[in-house]
Each structure stands twice: as structure tokens, then as C-alpha cells.
Design a protein around this ligand. Structure first.
Ligand code: S3P
Length: 435
């Protein structure tokens, strides 16, 4: 349990560099492992989730070393993995589980996989349904959940698949099976989900066509190891954006944030709320980057609908907090995917923010946040809980920056899933001089 503190009246100031992108770090390890030769990954995210992806490939015999922010993977190709002696532990990581169910669906041995309590409740049929159409074979607990077996298999066949939900994990699982399948594999997306798999396949020398939501891959020639620079994670930066906007007198800069257009919904939505966010673009060969400048500002409530969700799906908890401080109501709909994240994030956002006096109505597919509520620990003290969900833990830390009263947080360990050192980084911008 940790005590959370209100920000100083002078606000939050200075520069912050958040850790590397989680989605891209996972994928860099995966592509590095199936490539030939060495892959060097800079600004690598050394977090609990990514460590589980590393653990899986080490069990498959891939040599991976790392220092604080760099990882080196010595690729083995897709056909030379060792049979692991134990079941593979996915921890809390939905991305490891779903992407690897595609990537490892054509191995000559069974792979037993399991995860923590939260991951064991998250739906997997969304990946096993299309992968089974490709002739991959799985055994799931209760036909839906971990623990599961990715069964030995020597054939994959291409399919054309129209995505029933916008999900980069499902799309990526299909594409990662598609690069090993006979024939063409096409995924059709109604709304664009994050495209890091597509970009990284190209960077590793692979071939992929992607246009107007139609993405096609075929069996690839041997991929080659690369030097990957991971941008700082916009999903982590979002907590600082909102902290800077809602904490009076703040003025902060977040350095070298990845602003891939399939991920920057949080910036667009905050701008729709009236925020003036300065993005100083930085030239880069890989994913687009910018330094982001934020100062405290008044916000207005907005309407967020299904089309807004995929590019901001992980940022909705922190956007909900911003909405509690906006003038008027913010209505979020079409966000039922929040119910199957690390927690049911509609329920956990409401459970936590109402402990601080927020006024939020629950909807099956979203919420209505009545803005303009000064946050304070009801009855003078509040016991907040991360519910084992990193993003709920970080939302609570940011909420406490503007909350009166005694606020404590339990389950703070969850934050290391994507951002080890988050509380320390928040403390840094509390101490820096006014610019
Ligand atoms: C991710 C995709 C998203 C996101 C998750 C990471 C990825 O999940 O919520 O944190 O790296 O592909 P869905 O594909 O379930 O939307």
C-alpha cells in the first residue's frame, strides 16, 4: 500500500521521458526471435508484461540479453525452436498470449500456456476461431480461456477474415500465422487498430500489403535481424498529458512520444475537449515521434463513440478522469471492449473515481461522466485499489494529484506491467522548478 499525494499549488513542471512502447517492445522480441541474426532493440520496455514474452522465447531456446533500456535477441527462425520443458507463463499479458497463439501455431510440439487470474478470465475464442479456420489446433479451458494448449501442427492455410471486433491482438495473431501459411491471408478491418505488426514485418524485410483496411500477407522469405528504436509509449504518456491538463499551474514536456496515427486518439480526443497540445515532431526512420507540450487548461465534455475507441482504447480510463474535470457531460459509447481488458475497466474506473466524489453513470458499452466535480476523499480518506490493473493504478495516482484528503492506493505493484517507476516519475515533475 502506498500513500498518494496532492500536487503542489505551483503545479507540475519540467521534462519527462516515459518508458518504451509496450506493444512495440513485445513485437520487436517476437520478430527478433523468428528472424535470422541479431536484433538490437533500443529504448526497450523492461516491464513485467514484456518479460513474459522474453521468458517464452528463452524457453524455446532463443538467446536474449538485456540491460536497462536495450535488448539483444539472437534469432533462430520459425523452424528451429526447442521444445520447452515447462508450460509457458504469460503472466498478465494479453498481447503475449494472443500474438503467440498465432505465431506459435505451426510448431512440431504441443505448447502448454497459462496466465495469472486476470488473464485466465480474458476471452481467447476471438483468436482461436480465425486461427482454427487456418487449421491451427488448440485446447482451451471451457472452450474459451487459459490454461490452454497450442497443439502440434504442421499445416496452416491462408484465409480471408473480416474482423468482428477492432482488435490489434486478433489481427496480429492472424497475420503472424499468415506469414507461415500456404496461400494468402487477408484481414479486413472496419476500424483501423494499431498497425505495429504490419510496420515491423516490413522493417524486418517482410512483404505485406495494407490499404483501406484490407491487409494481406503470404509465406515470407527468411526475415533478417534489425536495429529497432522503440518510441516512448503514448499510452504511458497519456497519464502525464492528463496530469498536466488537470493540475492547476502545470507546464510539462513529454519527450519523444510515439504518435503513430493508429494510437494517437488520446491527443485528438483531448483536443476535442478544448486542450491545446503542442506536438513538436521529431524526424525518425521508424515510427513517428514528437515532443509533447502540455499546460493546465479548462476542458469541455465531449461525445466519444465507437469510431473513436480503437485508437484510444487503453487511454479511456485516464480520459474518464479528465472528463470529471471538464465543463459538462462526457458520453462514452461503443466501448464494450473495456469490459474485457485487464479488468472490466468500465466498472473499475467508476468504482475508483466515485471514491473521490466523481459523478459517473455506467452504461453497458461505456459511461456518462458528469464533469466539474472537484475530487476529494469522501469522509476525508479514500482507499483506492488498482484491482490488479496497471492502468487503473496509474489513473488513481493521477487523480490523487488533484484530490483533497488522505488517499492511499493498494495493489500498486500492478503498475509495473507497463510502467515500472511511474510513481517516481510523477514525483520528479512535482519537484521541478517552474519553467
Ligand atoms: C494491444 C492491442 C490492444 C490493447 C493492448 C495492446 C497490442 O488490445 O488494448 O493493450 O499490442 O496489440 P486489443 O487488440 O484487445 O484491442
Amino acid at each position: 500500500m502506498i500513500k498518494l499525494v496532492k500536487a503542489p499549488t505551483l503545479g507540475l513542471h519540467g521534462q519527462i521521458t516515459v518508458p518504451g512502447d509496450k506493444s512495440i517492445s513485445h513485437r520487436a522480441v517476437m520478430f527478433g526471435a523468428i528472424a535470422e541474426g541479431k536484433t538490437i532493440i533500443d529504448n526497450f520496455l523492461m516491464s513485467d508484461d514484456v518479460m513474459h514474452t522474453i521468458g517464452v522465447f528463452r524457453s524455446l531456446g532463443v538467446e536474449i540479453t538485456y540491460t536497462d533500456t536495450q535488448a539483444v535477441v539472437v534469432g533462430k527462425g520459425l523452424e528451429n525452436f526447442n521444445q520447452p520443458s515447462e508450460a509457458l507463463n504469460m503472466g498478465n499479458s494479453g498481447t503475449s498470449t494472443r500474438l503467440l497463439m498465432g505465431l506459435l501455431s505451426k510448431q512440431p510440439f504441443d505448447l502448454n500456456i497459462f496466465g495469472d487470474e486476470s488473464l485466465s478470465k480474458r476471452p481467447l475464442k476471438r483468436v482461436t476461431d480465425p486461427l482454427s479456420l487456418m487449421q491451427a489446433k488448440f485446447k482451451l479451458s471451457d472452450e474459451e480461456f487459459l490454461p490452454a494448449i497450442i497443439q502440434a501442427n504442421n499445416t496452416l492455410t491462408g484465409i480471408t477474415y473480416r474482423m468482428p471486433v477492432a482488435s490489434a491482438q486478433v489481427k496480429s495473431a492472424i497475420l503472424l500465422a499468415g506469414i507461415q501459411a500456404d496461400g494468402e491471408t487477408t484481414v479486413i478491418e472496419e476500424l483501423p487498430s494499431r498497425d505495429h505488426t504490419e510496420r515491423m514485418l516490413r522493417q524486418f524485410g517482410g512483404q505485406i500489403q495494407a490499404k483501406n483496411g484490407v491487409i494481406t500477407v503470404k509465406k515470407q522469405p527468411q526475415l533478417k535481424g534489425q536495429h529497432v528504436l522503440v518510441p516512448s509509449d503514448i499510452s504511458s504518456a497519456a497519464f502525464f498529458m492528463v496530469a498536466g491538463l488537470i493540475t492547476p499551474n502545470s507546464n510539462i514536456t513529454i519527450n519523444k512520444v510515439g504518435i503513430n496515427p493508429t494510437r494517437d486518439g488520446v491527443i485528438k480526443l483531448l483536443e476535442r475537449m478544448g486542450a491545446d497540445i503542442v506536438q513538436n515532431k521529431i524526424s525518425s526512420e521508424g515510427e513517428p515521434l514528437a515532443d509533447i507540450k502540455i499546460r493546465a487548461q479548462d476542458l469541455q465534455g465531449i461525445t466519444i463513440t465507437g469510431a473513436d475507441i480503437p485508437s484510444a482504447v487503453d487511454e479511456l480510463p485516464i480520459l474518464a478522469l479528465a472528463a470529471t474535470q471538464a465543463v459538462g457531460d462526457t458520453v462514452i459509447s461503443g466501448a464494450e471492449e473495456l469490459r474485457v481488458k485487464e479488468t472490466d475497466r468500465i466498472a473499475t474506473v467508476i468504482s475508483e473515481l466515485t471514491k473521490l466524489g466523481a459523478n459517473i453513470e455506467e452504461k453497458p458499452d461505456g459511461m456518462i461522466i458528469h464533469g466539474g466535480t472537484p475530487l476529494h476523499a469522501i469522509n476525508g480518506s479514500a482507499l483506492l485499489d488498482s484491482h490488479g490493473d496497471h492502468r487503473i493504478g496509474m489513473m488513481n495516482v493521477v487523480a490523487s494529484l488533484i484530490a483533497d484528503g488522505d488517499v492511499v492506493l493498494t495493489g500498486e505493484d500492478a503498475m509495473s506491467v507497463s510502467y515500472p517507476g511511474f510513481v517516481e516519475d510523477i514525483a520528479k515533475i512535482m519537484k521541478q522548478e517552474t519553467l
